[in-house]
Design a protein around this ligand. Sequence first.
Ligand code: TYM
Length: 345
Amino acid sequence: MEPILCGVQAGTSVKDVPRVLSCIQPTGSVHLGNYLGALVNWVSGQHEADVYHGIVDLHALTVTDEPGVLGAQTLDLAAMLFAVGLDPQVATVFVQSHIHEHSELAWIMECTVSFGELSRMTQFKDKSAKREGEFVSAGLFTYPALQAADILLYDAQDVPVGEDQRQHIEITRDIAVRFNHRFGDTFILPKAVHPKAGARVMDLQDPTSKMSKSSTTENGIVYLLDENSVIEKKFKRAVTDSDGVVAYDRETKPGVANLLDILSACTQTPIDTLVSQYSQYGPLKKDTGDAVIALLEPIRQRFHELHNDPAELSRLLSVGNDRAREVAAATLARAHSAIGLLPRI
Ligand code: TYM
């Protein structure tokens, strides 16, 4: 993990190791795409870096307006983050809305990004098109400014995410560069970190679309809490193609390529080795399902244990919030002072 600094002294990790930040929205259940694309890297990175992971409930507000739902989903997601292996002793897990600095820096980010840049974001174009005729919030449009605040507040050098977040990390860098140019070096320039395999897990029923919480076909999504028999069935029914050759080609054979990617991510086996081991789709589907089950079964067990103890979860989050708040407050103060806002009186 090569830190990319831009002359900033203040705010670098006190532990003198790289600073990592990444976040996840508490909307719907966590799926295999979230896990292989992001969470695996969060867990593997926690002992070599100073890691911050946010449950970004304010981001979820861009698409959620049902009262009384987000709080419970936040607690469920916390249980899942600890169940996949984040260790509260070393990883700082926090709730975005509990750290007011996120909203405050987001405004400054909104004033540092242009309307044109936000208009070019593919996520906004996709999500607003899907909601045609429905309410499209301004928050959906300014979403990347809040995400930039999430990242820059923690002086993050590395941001472990799936490929779908690439554009959001790029715009965060652009915002940081512009701010530093206007007001002097203040923010560290972050970079996206993707896993070798699993950075873009596709829908099992429609392998040209990414696996996503907003997908219409339940059979295409594997949830971390799915029972073994359900996972087995979903992989058995996975859409492939009719030419019957096991080869890795995302363009012409997206279904088979997706299975190979998932199996590679689950077993740490290079794709080429897997291609040489299979000549039929049936065994490939079966082994991929089995590899996913082997990975998810212990996570599911830990989730249920943790989920039964909401008081302990709240305690762990409050410890994470305190640690996160300390870093976020210092960075926001640095930004205010760089801009030259009148010091608080
Ligand atoms: P979210 O909540 O949609 O997803 C959380 C993480 O899961 C990854 N992911 C995938 N990876 C591979 N294949 C897939 N099919 C797949 N689907 C989701 C995402 O890339 C992400 O890493 N905007 C972010 C949340 C966010 C954030 C941040 C992330 C807010 N602030 C700051 C990093 C840093 C999002 O909606 O992720």
